[in-house]
Design a protein around this ligand. Structure first.
Ligand code: NAD
Ligand SMILES: O=C(O)C1=N[C@H](C(=O)O)CCC1
Length: 235
């Protein structure tokens, strides 16, 4: 499979290593300032770039009928536009805030726990995410997914807020930036008598990168908007 990498930073480079080990070719490595390239050289594009350019990169792929996997976070104001563009062009598109198998299992655990805790109003929920100091967005895309999934299952919560909850129906998400932490996410339910704590700790970026390559392999020959639950057949 011929892969275009849109964004050749920490993730782009990790994806390159894994894709080559799995027998694929990297035909384009696009980074800041690269504007004149032919995306149709690729069978599939994988975008791990920056929030400000992700939607443009995705649009370029969809308009040229190149399936696109997007892992960039912080651009979701344009998610509905990406879906419309995908449908108009009969294209293929997957966005995931987190491509690792472990986090996708953690997402399911979070939904199940939220369903169990719904209406148990002696427990208050808080979330925390820790990432490296180079991260541009806060809270992380993964924390936003966790909060939205929790809100969908728990009758007491209607929104999330960064750092502090200003209303009772709001989930506070504390975002910490420390060293080169690849990504740690926690969800805590606290009562006067105990705490229930679930946590996912990424040890490195390999899990994210492998998930993105597996998604790229899976999407070839398909059209539509998909999620990692489709790829992993979970949920
Ligand atoms: N979904 C996931 O599983 C997952 C996992 C890790 C990181 N991420 C997200 O992926 C993104 C990239 O993370 P990273 O750690 O590789 O960041 P990074 O800063 O190391 O890499 C981003 C790269 O994009 C480049 N870039 C800037 N403008 C560009 C353009 N117009 N076209 C293409 N590339 C351009 C930058 O120069 C940089 O090299 C972030 O949004 C991060 O949150 C998602
Ligand atoms: O390193 C990052 O940046 C990460 N971003 C994603 C997010 O925002 O959730 C996934 C974890 C790593």
């Amino acid at each position: 499979m011929n892969i275009a990498l849109l964004g050749y930073g920490r993730m782009g480079k990790t994806i390159e290593e894994i894709a080559i080990k799995r027998g694929h070719n990297i035909v384009l490595k696009i980074d800041k300032g690269d504007t004149n390239y032919d995306i149709t050289k690729a069978d599939v594009a994988i975008d791990f770039s920056i929030p400000d350019v992700a939607f443009n990169n995705i649009s370029n792929c969809l308009k040229n009928n190149v399936p696109v996997i997007s892992g960039t976070t912080g651009w979701l104001d344009n998610y509905d536009n990406a879906i419309s563009l995908c449908k108009e062009n009969n294209g293929a598109f997957i966005y995931a805030s987190n491509f690792s198998l472990g986090v996708n299992i953690f997402f399911e655990l979070n939904k199940t726990l939220a369903k169990m805790m719904s209406n148990l109003n002696q427990y208050n929920v808080t979330m925390e995410e820790i990432h490296h100091t180079k991260k541009l967005d806060a809270p992380s895309g993964t924390a936003i997914s966790l909060a939205n999934d929790l809100i969908a299952e728990h009758s007491d919560y209607k929104k999330w807020e960064l750092d502090k909850a200003t209303e009772e129906n709001s989930i506070p998400i504390v975002a910490k930036r420390i060293g080169d932490v690849p990504g740690t996410h926690t969800v805590d339910y606290e009562s006067e008598v105990d705490t229930i704590h679930i946590e996912h700790v990424a040890h490195n970026r390999q899990g994210f990168a492998l998930g993105a390559v597996v998604a790229a392999e899976w999407i070839i020959g398909k059209s539509g908007v998909f999620t990692m639950n489709d790829v992993l057949n979970i949920g």
